[in-house]
Design a protein. Sequence first.
Length: 102
Amino acid sequence: MKFTGVLFAVLYAILMIFAVYNQKSKSVSSAFIVIGSLLIGIYALFSVIGHRNLIIFLIVGMIGISIGTLINGYKQNNIHIYHHVIRLIIETIIIAICWKNR
């Protein structure tokens, strides 16, 4: 089950980096998303290779991604509340799976 949580976290981070790559303009919001994704990658690396579960990297990474997506929506005057609620639910589920299997 630990591997499942790490796998979901890594897939989520890859999806976010792919979304930033496909954006037309890069800005501060893109930086938040990329840094958050890198923190998730560091969490996965330590969790799998180092056998250390630094859940704080995962939580801060998810917060960084959420901040980046909110800034991006605000910047484009196009904030979809339901989209962000679903994103927060998915992030919470991933964190809960990883937290349970620490």
